[in-house]
Write a protein that binds this ligand. Structure first.
Ligand code: HEC
Ligand code: HEC
Length: 338
């Protein structure tokens, strides 16, 4: 009896010891939802394999004002979940010290499908994107060197980067990759429109008529299913270009006044509209296309006579645009601050 007990205990000790040595860091896979009718994403998490732990770390960073110079502004200050990750219904979202930039905070969803970022396409890789808001003087006004130092001085972050990226010293690259794990998961693919595409819901007669009107009048630029074709177009807002838009990046005057076609997913929640937030309501936007197009040498040819819309057609288009609101996204606990 005694002998058996000793044997049992020693086997137990031996197996425990052995297990301790070979047990790898457990990583739970966390995959991106991708409906069948979506194209292939541009960003594939190469060298940044998706895990739940990394995603949680990215979320923590996204909501952390530590990334700004004075600890007052986080990414979520200007990209709020309740507004489909756009600004809080303001023309220009204030950054540190209430400073204002010149452009409206866009809704950020389905970023893994984006070939470029910003209203002018000035950044072309999601993994370097966050340097822009962090270092922008009117947004977070911080340096990457300081952000790295602050993160390394924080024992919670140090532990999280060690567990999830296997590094003792946190680098700027790891911070940017963790942020990307979160950002690329802000997927909007569960609106009524999506349920219609998946065959689980039907559109009402008015919604279907609105979709048809949208497809004939708007979809050449706001292409389904992402509601943008990612091209740069001048949609007739101005005659002279205070903000050159795409022209600022390419230095080509033929690109002046062109801006990236924005996605219209969740558009009913992301007012005010356009790169400078000039239109308060969707009705204003439709009236712009109907009667407000301004002529200029870079105006998109398709819009040279505007897009004539009757009141009835406008109402139907708006009814359709409402089907793009994704309540699952707004209520997704995993994407929220916690
Ligand atoms: C002070 C407000 C503010 C803060 C803070 C801010 N952003 Fe933004 N964000 C903007 C504005 C404004 C733009 C559009 C800039 C432009 O096009 O020139 C933008 C654009 C973006 C885009 C590009 C979207 C597109 O359609 O191409 C992404 C992605 C993004 N922000 C993510 C972030 C992340 C991540 C953080 C935190 C590290 C952050 N933002 C912090 C205001 C802000
Ligand atoms: C020739 C291409 C083109 C066509 C056609 C077009 N748009 Fe646009 N749309 C754009 C561009 C480019 C912008 C961004 C312009 C800017 O901010 O400078 C835009 C912006 C918008 C915005 C603002 C979105 C936001 O987040 O600020 C809405 C809403 C919109 N369009 C709806 C429509 C509707 C509805 C139609 C059809 C009646 C339509 N568009 C037709 C190119 C187009």
């Amino acid at each position: 009896m005694k002998y058996y007990l000793i044997l049992f205990i020693s086997i137990l000790l031996f197996s425990c010891k052995k297990e301790e040595k070979i047990e790898p860091v457990k990583i739970e896979k966390w995959e991106m939802e991708k409906p069948s009718y979506f194209p292939n994403p541009v960003y594939n998490f190469v060298n940044n394999e998706q895990t739940k732990g990394r995603f949680d770390l990215g979320r923590k960073l996204f909501y952390d004002p530590l990334l700004s110079i004075d600890g007052t502004v986080s990414c979520a200050t200007c990209h709020s979940q309740g507004h489909a990750f756009a600004g809080h219904n303001v023309k220009i979202s204030p950054g540190v010290n209430g400073l204002l930039g010149t452009r409206n905070s866009p809704s950020i969803t389905n970023l893994a499908w984006y070939p470029s970022f910003m209203w002018d396409g000035g950044v072309n890789h999601i993994e370097v994107f966050s340097v822009a808001p962090i270092t922008n003087p009117v947004e977070m006004n911080e340096t990457m060197i300081n952000v790295v130092a602050k993160i390394n001085a924080n024992s919670t972050y140090k532990e999280l980067f060690k567990t999830n990226y296997g590094i003792e010293n946190v680098t700027d690259q790891a911070i940017l990759r963790a942020l990307t794990q979160y950002m690329a998961m802000i997927v909007s693919a569960d609106s009524k429109y999506d349920k219609y595409r998946k065959g689980t819901e039907t559109l009402s007669a008015e919604e279907s008529e609105g979709l048809l009107l949208f497809q004939t009048k708007c979809a050449s630029c706001h292409q389904e299913p992402l509601f943008t074709n990612f091209s740069y177009k001048n949609n007739g807002l101005d005659t002279a270009f205070i903000d050159k838009g795409r022209g600022k990046i390419t230095q080509n005057p033929n690109d002046d006044g062109k801006f990236r076609v924005p996605s219209l997913r969740n558009v009913m929640l992301t007012y005010p509209y356009m790169h400078d937030g000039r239109f308060h309501s969707i009705e204003d936007v439709l009236e712009h296309y109907n009667s407000g197009i301004k002529q200029s040498y870079t105006l998109n040819a398709e819009l040279s006579n505007g897009i004539p819309l009757t009141e009835n057609e406008k109402a139907k288009i708006i009814t359709f645009l409402n089907t793009l609101t994704d309540y699952s996204l707004l209520n997704n606990y995993e994407l929220g601050e916690h």
